[in-house]
Design a protein around this ligand. Structure first.
Ligand code: DGL
Length: 266
Protein backbone atom coordinates (compact mmCIF):
# COMPACT_ATOMS: atom_id res chain seq x y z
CA UNK A 1 0.00 0.00 0.00
CA UNK A 2 1.19 3.51 -0.78
CA UNK A 3 -0.99 6.51 0.01
CA UNK A 4 1.26 9.09 -1.63
CA UNK A 5 -0.44 10.99 -4.47
CA UNK A 6 -0.04 10.39 -8.20
CA UNK A 7 1.41 13.32 -10.17
CA UNK A 8 -0.25 14.22 -13.47
CA UNK A 9 1.14 16.84 -15.84
CA UNK A 10 0.12 18.55 -19.08
CA UNK A 11 0.69 21.82 -20.87
CA UNK A 12 -2.86 22.79 -19.86
CA UNK A 13 -6.40 21.56 -19.39
CA UNK A 14 -5.98 18.48 -21.61
CA UNK A 15 -4.40 16.35 -18.91
CA UNK A 16 -7.70 16.50 -17.06
CA UNK A 17 -8.96 13.83 -19.44
CA UNK A 18 -6.50 11.47 -17.71
CA UNK A 19 -7.48 12.87 -14.29
CA UNK A 20 -11.16 12.15 -14.95
CA UNK A 21 -10.42 8.55 -15.89
CA UNK A 22 -8.10 8.20 -12.89
CA UNK A 23 -10.80 9.45 -10.50
CA UNK A 24 -13.35 7.08 -12.03
CA UNK A 25 -11.16 3.98 -12.20
CA UNK A 26 -8.96 4.44 -9.11
CA UNK A 27 -11.04 6.59 -6.72
CA UNK A 28 -8.80 5.88 -3.72
CA UNK A 29 -5.84 7.58 -5.37
CA UNK A 30 -4.94 11.19 -4.55
CA UNK A 31 -3.84 13.44 -7.40
CA UNK A 32 -1.49 16.42 -7.76
CA UNK A 33 -2.01 17.99 -11.21
CA UNK A 34 0.05 20.64 -12.98
CA UNK A 35 -1.13 22.43 -16.14
CA UNK A 36 1.58 24.66 -17.60
CA UNK A 37 -0.89 27.09 -19.19
CA UNK A 38 1.48 30.07 -19.13
CA UNK A 39 3.80 28.28 -21.57
CA UNK A 40 1.21 26.47 -23.69
CA UNK A 41 1.03 25.30 -26.44
CA UNK A 42 3.80 22.74 -26.20
CA UNK A 43 2.91 21.44 -29.67
CA UNK A 44 4.87 24.18 -31.42
CA UNK A 45 7.94 24.04 -29.15
CA UNK A 46 11.28 22.25 -29.49
CA UNK A 47 12.08 18.97 -27.75
CA UNK A 48 14.70 20.77 -25.62
CA UNK A 49 12.17 23.31 -24.33
CA UNK A 50 9.62 20.60 -23.61
CA UNK A 51 12.22 18.52 -21.73
CA UNK A 52 13.16 21.53 -19.63
CA UNK A 53 9.55 22.45 -18.80
CA UNK A 54 8.64 18.82 -18.06
CA UNK A 55 11.62 18.51 -15.71
CA UNK A 56 10.57 21.67 -13.85
CA UNK A 57 7.04 20.29 -13.44
CA UNK A 58 8.34 16.91 -12.33
CA UNK A 59 10.58 18.56 -9.70
CA UNK A 60 7.61 20.58 -8.41
CA UNK A 61 5.54 17.42 -8.13
CA UNK A 62 8.35 15.44 -6.48
CA UNK A 63 8.29 18.06 -3.72
CA UNK A 64 4.65 17.10 -3.26
CA UNK A 65 5.85 13.54 -2.61
CA UNK A 66 4.28 11.84 -5.63
CA UNK A 67 4.76 8.08 -6.02
CA UNK A 68 4.30 8.01 -9.80
CA UNK A 69 4.20 10.57 -12.63
CA UNK A 70 1.76 10.41 -15.54
CA UNK A 71 2.82 12.58 -18.48
CA UNK A 72 -0.76 13.28 -19.59
CA UNK A 73 0.49 15.09 -22.67
CA UNK A 74 1.33 13.34 -25.92
CA UNK A 75 3.72 16.07 -26.99
CA UNK A 76 5.69 15.89 -23.73
CA UNK A 77 5.58 12.08 -23.83
CA UNK A 78 7.15 12.15 -27.28
CA UNK A 79 9.79 14.69 -26.26
CA UNK A 80 10.60 13.76 -22.67
CA UNK A 81 9.42 10.28 -21.60
CA UNK A 82 12.74 8.36 -21.77
CA UNK A 83 14.54 11.38 -20.38
CA UNK A 84 12.26 11.61 -17.32
CA UNK A 85 12.19 7.84 -16.86
CA UNK A 86 15.98 7.88 -16.65
CA UNK A 87 16.29 10.90 -14.41
CA UNK A 88 13.45 10.59 -11.85
CA UNK A 89 13.48 8.31 -8.80
CA UNK A 90 9.84 7.23 -9.38
CA UNK A 91 8.02 5.39 -12.20
CA UNK A 92 6.97 7.62 -15.13
CA UNK A 93 4.19 6.66 -17.56
CA UNK A 94 3.42 8.37 -20.88
CA UNK A 95 0.27 8.26 -22.99
CA UNK A 96 1.45 7.27 -26.47
CA UNK A 97 2.09 3.57 -25.95
CA UNK A 98 -1.16 2.99 -24.00
CA UNK A 99 -3.10 4.94 -26.68
CA UNK A 100 -1.50 2.86 -29.44
CA UNK A 101 -2.15 -0.41 -27.60
CA UNK A 102 -5.79 0.53 -27.05
CA UNK A 103 -6.25 1.10 -30.80
CA UNK A 104 -4.51 -2.18 -31.65
CA UNK A 105 -6.77 -4.08 -29.21
CA UNK A 106 -9.84 -3.17 -31.29
CA UNK A 107 -11.02 -5.89 -33.69
CA UNK A 108 -10.72 -3.53 -36.70
CA UNK A 109 -7.44 -1.62 -36.75
CA UNK A 110 -5.91 -2.00 -40.21
CA UNK A 111 -6.02 1.75 -40.85
CA UNK A 112 -5.45 3.92 -37.78
CA UNK A 113 -5.99 7.68 -37.94
CA UNK A 114 -4.16 9.85 -35.43
CA UNK A 115 -4.80 13.50 -34.64
CA UNK A 116 -2.37 15.39 -32.44
CA UNK A 117 -0.33 18.53 -32.06
CA UNK A 118 1.99 19.77 -34.77
CA UNK A 119 4.99 18.29 -32.96
CA UNK A 120 3.47 14.89 -32.13
CA UNK A 121 2.50 14.38 -35.78
CA UNK A 122 5.68 15.83 -37.31
CA UNK A 123 7.85 13.66 -35.03
CA UNK A 124 5.75 10.61 -36.07
CA UNK A 125 5.49 9.67 -32.42
CA UNK A 126 2.40 7.50 -32.95
CA UNK A 127 3.34 5.89 -36.25
CA UNK A 128 6.74 4.87 -34.84
CA UNK A 129 5.14 3.37 -31.71
CA UNK A 130 2.32 1.63 -33.58
CA UNK A 131 4.70 0.18 -36.17
CA UNK A 132 6.96 -1.12 -33.42
CA UNK A 133 3.94 -3.00 -32.05
CA UNK A 134 2.47 -4.03 -35.44
CA UNK A 135 4.25 -3.19 -38.66
CA UNK A 136 1.31 -4.21 -40.87
CA UNK A 137 -0.93 -1.32 -39.83
CA UNK A 138 -1.38 1.82 -41.94
CA UNK A 139 -1.17 5.01 -39.84
CA UNK A 140 -2.54 8.30 -41.14
CA UNK A 141 -1.64 11.34 -39.02
CA UNK A 142 -3.07 14.85 -39.05
CA UNK A 143 -1.82 17.80 -37.01
CA UNK A 144 -4.74 19.70 -35.44
CA UNK A 145 -2.89 22.22 -33.28
CA UNK A 146 -5.84 24.67 -33.50
CA UNK A 147 -8.03 22.27 -31.50
CA UNK A 148 -5.86 22.93 -28.42
CA UNK A 149 -6.81 26.61 -28.55
CA UNK A 150 -10.50 25.79 -28.95
CA UNK A 151 -10.38 23.73 -25.75
CA UNK A 152 -8.28 26.18 -23.75
CA UNK A 153 -10.60 29.02 -24.80
CA UNK A 154 -13.60 27.04 -23.49
CA UNK A 155 -15.13 26.77 -26.96
CA UNK A 156 -15.88 23.03 -26.84
CA UNK A 157 -19.60 22.61 -27.55
CA UNK A 158 -19.83 25.81 -29.60
CA UNK A 159 -20.82 26.26 -33.23
CA UNK A 160 -17.34 27.61 -33.94
CA UNK A 161 -15.72 24.46 -32.59
CA UNK A 162 -18.01 22.23 -34.64
CA UNK A 163 -17.22 24.16 -37.83
CA UNK A 164 -13.45 24.19 -37.29
CA UNK A 165 -13.38 20.49 -36.42
CA UNK A 166 -15.55 19.57 -39.43
CA UNK A 167 -13.42 21.64 -41.73
CA UNK A 168 -10.16 20.12 -40.54
CA UNK A 169 -11.30 16.49 -40.45
CA UNK A 170 -12.48 16.48 -44.09
CA UNK A 171 -8.88 15.32 -44.53
CA UNK A 172 -10.05 11.83 -43.53
CA UNK A 173 -12.83 11.69 -46.15
CA UNK A 174 -12.44 8.53 -48.19
CA UNK A 175 -9.46 7.27 -46.14
CA UNK A 176 -11.53 4.51 -44.50
CA UNK A 177 -9.94 4.75 -41.08
CA UNK A 178 -11.03 1.95 -38.73
CA UNK A 179 -10.25 3.91 -35.58
CA UNK A 180 -9.13 7.43 -34.69
CA UNK A 181 -6.66 8.04 -31.86
CA UNK A 182 -7.14 11.35 -30.07
CA UNK A 183 -3.39 11.77 -29.76
CA UNK A 184 -3.58 15.00 -27.79
CA UNK A 185 -5.10 14.97 -24.34
CA UNK A 186 -7.05 18.14 -25.10
CA UNK A 187 -9.07 16.47 -27.85
CA UNK A 188 -11.48 14.29 -25.81
CA UNK A 189 -13.11 17.57 -24.77
CA UNK A 190 -14.08 17.88 -28.46
CA UNK A 191 -15.29 14.28 -28.65
CA UNK A 192 -18.83 15.23 -29.69
CA UNK A 193 -17.62 17.51 -32.47
CA UNK A 194 -15.14 14.89 -33.68
CA UNK A 195 -17.59 11.99 -33.64
CA UNK A 196 -20.23 14.12 -35.41
CA UNK A 197 -17.78 14.31 -38.31
CA UNK A 198 -16.20 10.84 -38.20
CA UNK A 199 -19.51 9.06 -37.58
CA UNK A 200 -20.31 6.45 -34.97
CA UNK A 201 -18.65 3.72 -37.08
CA UNK A 202 -15.20 5.06 -36.17
CA UNK A 203 -14.27 4.46 -32.51
CA UNK A 204 -12.30 7.27 -30.86
CA UNK A 205 -9.41 6.39 -28.55
CA UNK A 206 -8.80 8.69 -25.59
CA UNK A 207 -5.06 8.11 -25.04
CA UNK A 208 -5.07 9.74 -21.58
CA UNK A 209 -7.92 7.55 -20.34
CA UNK A 210 -6.38 4.44 -21.91
CA UNK A 211 -3.24 5.10 -19.85
CA UNK A 212 -5.01 4.59 -16.53
CA UNK A 213 -5.25 0.87 -17.22
CA UNK A 214 -1.42 0.78 -17.41
CA UNK A 215 -1.22 2.88 -14.23
CA UNK A 216 -3.42 0.39 -12.38
CA UNK A 217 -1.37 -2.58 -13.63
CA UNK A 218 1.83 -0.93 -12.45
CA UNK A 219 0.44 0.01 -9.02
CA UNK A 220 -0.90 -3.51 -8.49
CA UNK A 221 2.36 -5.10 -9.62
CA UNK A 222 4.44 -2.93 -7.30
CA UNK A 223 1.95 -3.15 -4.42
CA UNK A 224 1.58 0.66 -4.52
CA UNK A 225 -2.22 1.13 -4.59
CA UNK A 226 -3.66 3.57 -2.03
CA UNK A 227 -5.73 2.21 0.84
CA UNK A 228 -9.52 2.41 0.49
CA UNK A 229 -10.35 6.06 1.22
CA UNK A 230 -11.53 9.08 -0.74
CA UNK A 231 -8.64 10.34 -2.86
CA UNK A 232 -7.97 14.09 -2.82
CA UNK A 233 -7.06 16.28 -5.79
CA UNK A 234 -5.02 19.48 -6.00
CA UNK A 235 -4.64 21.44 -9.20
CA UNK A 236 -1.83 23.87 -10.02
CA UNK A 237 -1.61 26.12 -13.06
CA UNK A 238 1.11 28.46 -14.22
CA UNK A 239 -1.67 30.45 -15.92
CA UNK A 240 -4.91 31.94 -14.71
CA UNK A 241 -6.70 29.83 -12.03
CA UNK A 242 -10.14 31.33 -12.89
CA UNK A 243 -9.74 30.39 -16.54
CA UNK A 244 -8.56 26.93 -15.50
CA UNK A 245 -11.58 26.55 -13.23
CA UNK A 246 -14.08 27.47 -15.98
CA UNK A 247 -13.18 24.44 -18.08
CA UNK A 248 -12.00 22.10 -15.31
CA UNK A 249 -15.09 22.39 -13.08
CA UNK A 250 -17.37 21.50 -16.01
CA UNK A 251 -15.19 18.65 -17.26
CA UNK A 252 -14.70 17.11 -13.81
CA UNK A 253 -18.21 17.96 -12.70
CA UNK A 254 -16.95 19.59 -9.52
CA UNK A 255 -17.52 23.23 -8.56
CA UNK A 256 -15.14 23.04 -5.62
CA UNK A 257 -11.78 22.29 -7.15
CA UNK A 258 -8.69 23.34 -5.22
CA UNK A 259 -6.71 25.37 -7.76
CA UNK A 260 -3.51 27.30 -7.09
CA UNK A 261 -1.33 29.45 -9.29
CA UNK A 262 2.35 28.50 -9.34
CA UNK A 263 5.50 29.87 -10.97
CA UNK A 264 7.95 27.52 -12.65
CA UNK A 265 11.34 28.38 -14.11
CA UNK A 266 12.47 32.03 -14.32
N1 DGL B 1 -2.25 18.23 -24.40
C1 DGL B 1 -1.05 18.15 -25.10
C2 DGL B 1 -0.86 16.86 -25.85
O1 DGL B 1 -1.42 15.86 -25.47
C3 DGL B 1 -0.44 19.32 -25.80
C4 DGL B 1 -1.20 20.53 -26.20
C5 DGL B 1 -0.23 21.66 -26.51
O2 DGL B 1 0.22 22.28 -25.54
O3 DGL B 1 0.08 21.89 -27.69
O4 DGL B 1 -0.10 16.77 -26.79
Amino acid sequence: MDNRPIGVMDSGIGGLTAVKALQQQLPNESIEFVGDQARLPYGVRSSEEIQLFSTQIAQFLLHRDIKLLIIACNTATAAALPYLQNSLPIPVIGVIEPGSEAALRLPAHKVIGVIGTKKTIEDQAYSDTIHRLDSSVKVIGLACQEFVTLVEDDLAGSQQAQEEVADKLTFFDGQNVDVLILGCTHFPLLEDEISNVMGTRVPLIDAGAATIRNVEDLLVRKNMLAQPNKGTAHFYTTGNPEKFNEVASKWLNNEHLKIEKIELGD
